[in-house]
Design a binder for this molecule. Structure first.
Ligand SMILES: [Zn+2]
Length: 293
């Protein structure tokens, strides 16, 4: 799905937000799977406090983009502050006060308030931003167009909305990996048990493996813990001359390595990469062409 198609679906609530899934009977609750406090609408995905770390990554990038593209003084700061204040209190948005001494900015904020800041992230912005930016370009004797600039800004916001959405999915989907996490927890319990048995059932060549504190053992990476367990198990089989039952033998290796849970565990640690970037469009893209006049 292209970013634009995704966004229009997302904005219309046709995406897999819980409000929608609950309507279709696919999930029991329309509540947000992250905070469990509000109905999960597209706007909530953009404002849920569990998305804070992601928005905090995007905000400085957007401000940087504003600097690179010659945004009117205070314009991007006002917008980013507006969105960020709205995210903190989506239901009772507070007007931005910092730039209230600039009447055009204050007016734009008021109008955006009515349209909604979440809507702005989805591409619905007050025309006043465009006018302020256009005026700024004109005052500088620039031929660049406020409308073109705002169009570029909207593309940035699409990326930010996507970033908020993919982060939400990342957070929700790590729920599936509870399976992997639970398995590792079970493995650690088993390691502690084996470690407590000490050198009793371990051939002398492997005593050094057991002669360490259980804490230092559990601090090793999962792969190293798994290897430790495999070695001890093999050593024990060697010593007793008996193979463990097939269901138990190499159980954790089978599930974690062959079963792919280890790979999932590794993937689940990394949030999706940010699409929001501060890349400025070519100057020509911001310039009014003759035929437009
Ligand atoms: Zn939430």
């Amino acid at each position: 799905m292209t970013r634009k198609a995704w966004l229009s679906k997302f904005a219309a609530g046709h995406n897999a937000v819980h409000a929608r899934l609950a309507q279709r009977g696919q999930v029991a609750s329309a509540l947000c799977p992250r905070c469990h406090e509000e109905i999960e609408t597209p706007e909530h995905v953009l404002s849920c406090r569990y998305g804070d770390p992601r928005f905090e990554e995007c905000a400085p990038v957007l401000l940087q983009w504003g600097k690179k593209t010659g945004a009117a003084p205070g314009l991007m700061e006002t917008i980013v502050e507006g969105i960020s204040t709205w995210r903190k209190q989506p239901r009772t948005p507070q007007p931005s006060r910092r730039y209230a001494r600039s009447p055009p900015l204050a007016e734009a904020v008021r109008e955006q308030q009515d349209i909604g800041w979440g809507a702005m992230l989805m591409g619905l912005q007050s025309r006043r931003w465009e006018h302020i930016q256009g005026e700024h370009f004109r005052n500088q004797g620039s031929l660049r167009s406020g409308r073109r600039w705002v169009t570029e800004l909207i593309k940035k916001f699409w990326n930010t909305a996507w970033d908020m959405w993919s982060y939400r999915c990342f957070q929700v989907n790590t729920g599936h990996d509870e399976e992997a996490l639970n398995l590792v927890t079970a493995m650690d319990r088993h390691i502690l048990h084996v470690h407590r048995l000490g050198t009793n059932f371990v051939p002398p060549e492997l005593h050094s493996l057991v002669n360490c504190s259980s804490q230092s053992l559990l601090r090793r990476p999962v792969e190293a813990r798994l290897a430790w367990l495999d070695k001890i198990d093999l050593g024990r089989e060697y010593l007793t001359g008996r193979q463990a039952p097939a269901a138990i033998r190499g159980y954790y290796t089978r599930r974690l390595v062959q079963g792919g849970l280890l790979a999932r565990l590794r993937r689940s640690k990394l949030p999706p990469t940010l699409r929001t970037n501060d890349r400025a469009p070519q100057k020509a893209l911001l310039t009014i062409e003759q035929e437009e006049e």
